[in-house]
Design a protein around this ligand. Sequence first.
Ligand code: MG
Length: 158
Amino acid sequence: MIRVGSGFDVHAFGPGDHVMLGGLRVPHEAGVIAHSDGDVLLHALTDAVLGAGGLGDIGKYFADSDPRWRGAPSGQFLRHAVSLLKQDGYRVINADLTLLCEAPRLAAHRAAIRESIATLLGVAVDAVNLKATTTEKMGFLGRREGIAAAAVVLIERH
Ligand code: MG
C-alpha cells in the first residue's frame, strides 16, 4: 500500500541573524519567532510524514506549550515521526519540499539541506527534492515578514 501526506508551516521573522532550514543554520538578516528552533522545512515535512501515516500532526507530539521543546532541534521531531511510520511497517519513498520566502535565498544551501533531510528521513539524497519560490512580493511573505514551507511525502508498506 502507498499513502501520501502533506504539510505546511509558517514562522514570523524576529530578532536574530540566522534561520534553521532542513537542520542547517542559514545566515539571514533576521531569525524566526518559534518555541522550537523554528525550522519551517522540517516542521512542514514532519507534518507530511505524520499525515501520510495517518498519525495526526506535529502539535500532537510536540506541543509548543511544552517546555521540553523550547529551542529544540526540529530534526528530533522528524526522526520521531519517521520512527512512528517504521513501527507501522512503512518506509519513505520520496519527499518534495517547497520553501516560500523572498529571503534568504536557498540556492547556495540547497545541496547541503537535501543531504541533511535525506539523512533525517533515512533515504537517498535523490529521494529528496527541494524547491524555492517567492510570492512575487505579495502578502506577508512578500513583505519579508516571515517564511513558509510546504512538503509532500509518499510512503509505502508491503
Ligand atoms: Mg513550525
